[in-house]
Design a protein around this ligand. Structure first.
Ligand code: WT7
Length: 647
């Protein structure tokens, strides 16, 4: 495979915060003298009581812990707001671009964001929320979502943001798992001109959540929604009555900041828990050095706050750095595929961070949608969420950036809190498809099937050898699941779940998940989650779900379904099952293919052989491998004969 190389442009090497030499020196220091390195780096955060201890983590069973700066205290909302007021109180903190390009946007200065946050924090307190309580946030992409998050951080409540695209069932499960008493929502969201019935979804979810006693509802569209007396509170009216003074609470560095649910290879979604101190240091540091961010620059992370990318790189990282963070309510292809580039021109965006799936979708529409816009303001382009194919990378670089802007491919996870492997634009030569080098303090390794470290070039399971400040601290309510999930596959290492190749230059190439997780449009889904949704339907006896290659989404969902005896599966049942899964989980889990199968390939001990199902879904029929260990090898021929194509 020939790899193209894009050297660091001379101007970047000269002006960037971190050049090649500095990267090498700092990276070495971060591994050789982590104590000194982090003691200094952590000064980017205003601590109330300085920490004396730095890293007290261990990945080994006997003394397992993830703990940083443990005796320090801080408040992250004060770091994101109060400390900027004197110098840049009137600078824009959030620029909000609404769904409809003809509608009026909003700009919130740091002072205004601070004022709203204080008011909302008081409103939460007035409704009984105390330090350590969980607050579920189910909001559209409006500044009030960030206000709700920051207000929780201010009073030490733990927020759990649930993506607005999740179904009432999925929302209810997440509310119950962390036992939230209060839900923050909006009447409706607005995406691509279509309303999303958030309040109605909350009402439905709360039928199964008796613990919730309050719902605070922001009016986004003014839709006529039901308000339940004694439970539901109108945001605007209550905010008017809330006092404006709300001192930030002194939090321990290891006190929980938020829970964010994410899918794994087994069971229900896990509540990934992040704490305050290390997360603040990690998101602030990575936002600054990877985007080479300088105050005053307009920065746009086009993710949703329902995902970790939105938490770390729309809200906490940029605001801790005093940045101007653009928040976009809409979608890339509405009203037309020029929308993203028009927003770039309108707000003179300098740094853009988005997902490969969006680029692939826009690339298909043709270059004319891009070339009719200026984009002269852009100086840096980033991607995240899934492997970027070299074609999409090249298009981003050549057509969108006109060759002027580095394209930064950033690898990380909900669990890592922030970026882990990414090229610093002034330091590292770029290779399309490679996330290149580890950031400071990140010590990756590749392991072979026996768990031995691969030296030099090679391919294996991607693990991290030591803790970093942004690492998740536990799975909410299930600390042993935390250890089991990440530290037992390879004892003594954090296992990412990803496969990865390291080339002769030492650059890392993520090859994708090697566990039972699929990545649909940069959204993570457990195959087990989709399977349990399917078998919950009264017609389904058994289901097995695997990923399949998909041109735009990266991966699609391929489901093999066995129906109950006596039923005759048909097109109507297929449609019914597809809408059933959408209802159970949400539209992101919509199966692309449902293949009805009289039987699934199983070993004699009854284990489904997913390897074979994956190959069939991928259309790789000539490389099915050994099928002789199957209880009934003829099942495979049947599956191949009935291979189903996406609808
Ligand atoms: C999984 C994590 C990182 C925030 C958004 C997704 C995949 C992520 C890349 C990348 C190749 C990537 C991995 C990872 N992934 N970034 N640059 N190149 N793969 O967070 O939902 O926790 O998903 O996304 O498979 O494990 P997430």
């Amino acid at each position: 495979m020939t790899e193209s190389l894009y050297p660091v442009p001379a101007e970047w090497a000269r002006k960037a915060l971190v050049d090649a030499e500095r990267y090498r020196a700092l990276y070495r220091e971060s591994l050789d003298d982590p104590e000194g390195f982090w003691r200094r780096e952590a000064q980017r955060i205003d601590w109330i009581r300085p920490f004396s201890r730095v890293d007290e983590s261990s990945f080994h069973k006997a003394d397992f812990a993830v703990r940083w700066f443990a005796d320090g205290t801080l408040n992250l909302s004060a770091n994101c707001l109060d400390r900027h007021l004197a110098e840049r109180g009137d600078d824009p903190a959030i620029i909000w671009e609404p769904d409809d390009p003809a509608a009026e946007g909003r700009t919130l200065t740091y002072r205004e964001l601070h004022r709203l946050t204080c008011r909302f924090a008081n409103l939460l307190k007035a409704n009984g929320v105390e330090r350590g309580d969980r607050v579920t946030i189910y909001m559209p992409m409006v500044p009030e979502a960030a206000v709700a998050m920051l207000a929780c951080a201010r009073i030490g409540a733990i927020h759990s943001v649930v993506f607005g695209g999740f179904s009432p069932e999925a929302l209810a499960g997440r509310i119950r798992d962390c036992d939230s008493r209060l839900v923050v929502t909006a009447d409706e969201g607005l995406r691509g001109g279509k309303p999303v019935p958030l309040k109605a979804n909350v009402d439905e979810a709360l039928r199964d959540c008796p613990g919730v006693s309050r719902v605070i509802m922001f009016r986004r569209t003014g839709a006529d929604v039901e308000m339940k007396e004694g439970r539901d509170i109108d945001w605007a009216a209550a905010m008017d009555a809330a006092p404006e003074d709300c001192p930030p609470v002194e939090m321990g560095a290891e006190d929980p900041l938020f829970i964010l649910y994410t899918s794994g290879s087994t069971g229900k979604p896990k509540g990934v828990l992040h704490s305050s101190g290390g997360y603040a240091v990690w998101t602030s540091l990575t936002h600054q050095i990877v985007f080479d961010y300088r105050p005053g620059q307009i920065y746009w992370c086009a993710a949703d706050i329902g995902w970790i990318t939105g938490h770390s790189y729309i809200v906490y990282g940029p605001l801790a750095n005093g940045a101007t963070s653009l928040m976009f309510e809409g979608v890339p292809n509405w009203p037309d595929p020029s929308r993203i580039w028009q927003v770039v021109d309108k707000h003179q965006v300098e740094i853009l961070y988005t997902a490969p799936t969006a680029l692939r979708a826009l690339m298909r529409e043709g270059d004319q949608w891009v070339s009719r816009t200026s984009r002269k303001s852009l100086r840096l382009l980033g991607t995240v969420g899934e492997p970027i194919n070299p074609e999409a990378w090249g298009w981003y670089h050549r057509v969108v950036g006109e060759g002027r802007s580095p394209v930064i491919d950033t690898w990380w996870q909900t669990e890592t809190g922030g970026m882990m492997i990414a090229p610093l634009p002034g330091a590292i030569a770029l290779k399309p498809g490679s996330a290149t080098r580890p950031l400071f303090g990140v010590e990756p390794a590749l392991l072979d099937a026996e768990g031995r470290e691969i030296a030099g070039p090679g391919e294996g399971a991607l693990v991290i050898k030591r803790s970093w400040p942004g690492q998740m601290r536990t799975v909410w309510g299930d600390h042993s699941r935390f250890f089991e999930t990440y530290f037992t596959t390879f004892a003594g290492y954090y296992f990412s779940g990803d496969g990865c190749r390291r080339d002769a230059d030492g650059d890392y190439w993520i090859t994708g998940r090697i566990d039972d997780v699929i990545n649909v449009s940069g959204h993570r889904l457990g195959t087990a989650e989709v399977e349990s949704a399917l078998v919950a339907h009264h017609s389904v006896a058994e289901a097995a779900v695997v990923g399949m290659p998909h041109e735009v989404k990266g991966q699609g969902i391929y489901a093999y379904v066995t129906v109950n005896a006596g039923l005759e599966p048909d097109a109507a049942m297929r449609a019914e099952l597809i809408s059933w899964v959408r209802k159970e989980i949400g539209p992101i889990a919509t199966p692309d293919v449902i293949q009805f199968a009289p039987a699934l390939p199983k070993t004699r001990s009854g284990k489904i052989m997913r390897r074979i199902l994956r190959k069939i879904a991928e259309g790789e029929l000539s490389s099915l491998g050994d099928t002789s260990t199957l209880a009934d090898p003829s099942v495979v021929d049947q599956l191949i004969a009935n291979r189903t194509l996406p609808v």
